[in-house]
Write a protein that binds this ligand. Structure first.
Ligand code: FMN
Length: 191
């Protein structure tokens, strides 16, 4: 393999698209599309541009939900990633439905098959990366569509239809999972 050094400003090597939903300071529900997230156990970390309407509320300590859309929701994903809550109510723009979480003060997007109920525990801002704000949060609850669960409430992984976001400075794309191909994690160790 020959590797070329590339001088990109950004490179997304494949991140799941998520929709973050919250009530703003006027108690109005809103949504932002993100791809910058990771989760370990009960911890979740989200990366926002510092001008995001969403992060300017969440950094004050308000609850939010992380909702995993599927490939039937591409228009809504684009709408919530193109308009800002500074000017728009994206629940109205996208026609997405919500109901309030039973355990935190945040809206759950009904159309998304997976939703995580989260409370922020820290805000990470660093002078090296002045344009970004990272939110560290605790996952307090997880809701999963019954269509994605077997009789023991285990995930049916090949039915999860999340969307990946990837690309470079030049072009960024959505990629869909090939639902017919899956390998068990660690299964390659035996070969
Ligand atoms: C697929 C996709 C992924 C995105 N990922 C992020 C992200 O990880 N962090 C971020 O701050 N903005 C991200 N954006 C851009 C925001 O969604 C966009 O700036 C939005 O208008 C911010 O809305 P807000 O001001 O209401 O928070 C993404 C947009 C799209 C379409």
């Amino acid at each position: 393999m020959i590797k070329k050094r590339v001088e990109y400003n950004k490179m997304y090597y494949g991140f799941p698209v998520i929709l973050v939903a919250y009530y703003d300071s006027e108690n109005r529900p809103n949504i932002t599309t993100l791809s910058s997230s990771y989760s370990l156990g009960e911890m979740i970390v989200l990366g926002f541009g510092k001008n995001s309407y969403a992060v300017n509320h969440i950094k004050e300590g308000i609850d939010f939900t992380v909702n995993i859309p599927d490939s039937s929701m591409m228009k809504e994903i684009d709408i919530c990633g193109a308009y800002s809550g500074h000017k728009s109510n994206k629940f109205k723009l996208s026609n997405l439905g919500y109901k309030k979480s039973e355990i935190i003060n945040a809206p759950i997007i009904q159309n998304c098959p997976i939703s995580l109920e989260c409370t922020p525990v820290d805000v990470i801002e660093n002078s090296f990366f002045e344009s970004y704000v990272n939110i560290l949060a605790k996952i307090k609850g997880r809701l999963v569509s019954d269509v994605l669960l077997d009789d023991n409430n285990n995930l049916i992984y090949d039915k999860i239809d999340s969307v990946e976001y990837l690309g470079d400075d030049n072009l960024r794309v959505y990629r869909y999972l090939d639902k017919n191909k899956v390998h068990h994690s660690k299964s390659f160790l035996k070969k």
